[in-house]
Design a protein around this ligand. Structure first.
Ligand SMILES: C[S@@+](CC[C@H](N)C(=O)[O-])C[C@H]1O[C@@H](n2cnc3c(N)ncnc32)[C@H](O)[C@@H]1O
Length: 235
């Protein structure tokens, strides 16, 4: 890919030279950056066709998982579907326990006034298949099958270093923030898929409403993705 681009640029530069015109400087593309990360490339090969999440957003999740592996607290993912991003996270942070939340039977009730998704979307997954896919990490994965936040009962005393939220709908994002934000360690991260996506307008709405009286602000990390980093309490 890179070498084709190089050939095209060389050709275009040669064409423009007689007219003393120059191509704009070439900035480094994302693929050039992740191509240097063999662990990421390898993990992506395993989840191609399993995850719905584009590569550049997966790359952010992979890096955060590696970075936060040394922090106190567990990891969690809400919105697992076929297990693609869960696989990526589990592989990037071999020392971490990961809590996985999904109905594994499709979207729960949606708010038709806000959400574009319908109840039952993403039902083309099977809990047993996801468990098999994630079997290499079985000792440190806790499955919480069913409707979140009800499935978080019993985890009230846990703290979290990284929470990946990929639920697409308003109420689920709101519920994820209500449960996990108070349990995030200082410097811990909640990473949200579909931030500002026109197809998932409830994601940003829920985040903006929740953060209105908090010190954190969303940090955009990629197209339709943002994170919040838990601030340390000021004494
Ligand atoms: C876009 S998919 C997740 C994609 C996945 N991260 C991947 O790697 O492809 C969204 C998932 O969120 C789940 N979901 C949304 N709200 C939920 C809730 N309140 N409780 C449980 N699962 C929920 C749906 O069942 C669906 O499987």
């Amino acid at each position: 890919m890179t070498s084709i681009r190089h050939v095209v640029r060389t050709f275009l530069s040669a064409c423009l030279r007689p007219a003393r015109l120059k191509l704009a400087p070439r900035y480094i593309d994302w693929p050039d950056i992740w191509a240097k990360d063999a662990a990421f490339i390898d993990a992506m090969a395993k989840i191609e066709g399993v995850t719905l999440v584009p590569r550049e957003r997966c790359f952010v999740l992979h890096q955060l998982a590696r970075t936060l592996e040394g922090s106190n607290g567990d990891f969690a993912e809400i919105g697992v579907y076929k297990g693609g991003t869960a696989y990526l996270t589990a592989r990037a942070a071999p020392g971490k326990t990961i809590h996985l939340f999904d109905t594994f039977e499709g979207m729960p009730e949606v708010d038709a006034g806000i959400d574009a998704h319908r109840t039952g979307d993403f039902a083309d997954t099977r809990y047993d298949d996801v468990r098999s896919f994630l079997a290499p990490f079985r000792e440190r994965i806790a499955f919480h099958k069913g409707f979140f936040p009800a499935t978080a009962a019993g985890l009230e005393e846990k703290t979290f270093a990284l929470v990946y939220v990929d639920v697409d709908i308003y109420q689920s994002v709101k519920d994820a923030l209500a449960f996990f934000y108070p349990r995030l360690v200082p410097g811990g991260v909640m990473l949200f898929d579909d931030f500002d996506s026109p197809k998932c307008q409830g994601v940003r709405k829920a985040i903006d409403e929740f953060l209105a009286d908090k010190p954190e602000r969303p940090v955009v990390t990629a197209y339709y993705q943002a994170m919040i980093i838990k601030a340390a309490a000021v004494s």
